[in-house]
Design a binder for this molecule. Sequence first.
Ligand code: COI
Length: 326
Amino acid sequence: MKIAVFNCRPDERGLFEFYKQKYNIELAVTSETPTFENCSFVKGCQAVSIITTPVNRDLLQAWKEEGIQAVSTRTVGYDHINLEAAEELGIPVSNVSYTPHTVAEYTVMAILMTIRRMKTILTRYQVQDYSLTDVRGKELRNMTVGVVGTGKIGEQVIRNLSGFGCRILAHDPFPKDSLQGTVHYTNLEELWRECDILTFHTPASRETCHMVNHDTLRQMKKGVILINMARGSLIDTAALIEALDQGIVSAAALDVLEHESGIYYQDYKYAAVNHHDMAVLKTMPNVLMTPHTAFFTDEAVSDMIRCSIESCMAEVQGETDPGRIG
Ligand code: COI
């Protein structure tokens, strides 16, 4: 069988080669983003492996006409795929499952960097300013952390944080028995009211879109710290900027941002970036921003490629696909 691989990065090439040989399959690999215009790239393939770029109905239809039987995204999130259209066209879609430690560790790093004002310390160090003005931090053990979403990543964040001695509250529509005793589950209102730090680990959906907005920000503890390593759409960015200006939010760490698609993972060193909110947030010393890199470890990338190939193979060979989402 043959799989069309889109948006293949140089660091993924060796792993694709490894799994191609291991599973004795063929691959058509490109660094290009899938578009309607390049849909003929998939000719001769039975499945497609993609990342976070949008896949709409027209593209799915075109792939179907080229003979595609399955689509796998090498990501956990799948909000970029029109699942309804895929279902109507009879194309199964799968996501991957990779080590939750990668994002969980990055989250803890972001929390610590934020409460220790690391952006300011590092920026100052570059210009030989070794003064202590405005860089005094706080200890995590004296803080209350709220974890929104206790799926695999949220659960691991809780486990990692539990060694720091902080109080941990959590919210999830499906509380986990395995976390009883480690975390106190409560409603969002209590989380907004009680927490010094809020970290978000929920998927992007209609329900979670802008869950941090003018109204919810007003309910949060003054000086709250927000950590978003999940999806940009969870936070109304304009409302966040206003809350940062007003001191309602004292700091934020954002690995994701609304409308990041087409910007992150590209080199804009010598080009203008047309993203007003990003430009504003970037200038703030209390906002730590990274380009959606929380997932990026050797272990996770290997898991992503293996899972994606295994899903494509299972779907095309009519076997049970553990990654099937729709
Ligand atoms: C995901 O797996 O959903 C991610 O956010 C990482 C991806 C952008 C490579």
